[in-house]
Design a protein around this ligand. Structure first.
Ligand code: AMP
Ligand code: ZN
Length: 132
C-alpha cells in the first residue's frame, strides 16, 4: 500500500520519531502548527476512527498521557490540544492523533497566524532527545 505513514513506520522515509512501543510510534509533524506538534500513529495501518480497533485506540491514548509529560518537561508547554481528523478534513488516510502544545506567551493560534515564530522541527527534536 502506498501510505506515507506506513513508510515512516517501516523506516523507508525519515521522521523525527521520539517515542515508540510495540503498537505505536510518535514523531514531530513536518509542517507544525506549533512547537512540539506531534503525531501518534499505530504501526498497523488503520484508516480512521471507523476502522481502528479499541485496543489500539487505548494504546494511542495511553501513549498520549506519556507524551504529554515528555512535552511538558522538555518544552515547558502550558497546555495542549488533542485532535484527530476524519473524512474530508483528513489529509493522510492512516489514523493519527495530533498533539498540539500551547505556550504561556506563544499560543498555538498565534503561531498559526505568525508561522515565522515556529521553530524548525529538527531543533525541537534535539530538545526532546536531550538528557536535560
Ligand atoms: P491530517 O489533516 O490530520 O491528515 O494531517 C496530516 C498531517 O501530517 C499534517 O499536519 C502534515 O503536516 C503531516 N505530515 C505529512 N507528511 C508528513 C511527514 N512525512 N512527516 C511528518 N508529518 C507529516
Ligand atoms: Zn498506512
Amino acid at each position: 500500500m502506498d501510505c506515507i505513514f506506513c513508510k515512516i513506520v517501516n523506516g523507508e522515509i525519515p521522521s523525527y520519531k521520539f517515542y515508540e512501543n510495540d503498537k505505536i510510534i510518535a514523531f514531530l509533524d513536518i509542517n507544525p502548527d506549533c512547537d512540539g506538534h506531534t503525531l501518534i500513529i499505530p504501526k498497523k495501518h488503520f484508516t480512521d476512527l471507523d476502522d481502528i480497533d479499541i485496543d489500539t485506540l487505548k494504546c494511542i491514548n495511553e501513549s498520549a498521557k506519556e507524551i504529554k509529560k515528555i512535552l511538558e518537561k522538555k518544552l515547558g508547554c502550558a497546555g495542549m490540544s488533542l485532535i484527530q481528523n476524519n473524512g474530508s478534513v483528513q489529509e493522510i488516510k492512516h489514523y493519527h492523533l495530533h498533539i498540539k502544545p500551547y505556550y504561556k506567551n506563544k499560543k498555538s493560534i498565534e503561531m498559526i497566524k505568525y508561522p515565522e515564530f515556529i521553530n524548525d522541527p529538527k531543533d525541537i527534536y534535539d530538545k526532546l532527545k536531550s538528557s536535560k
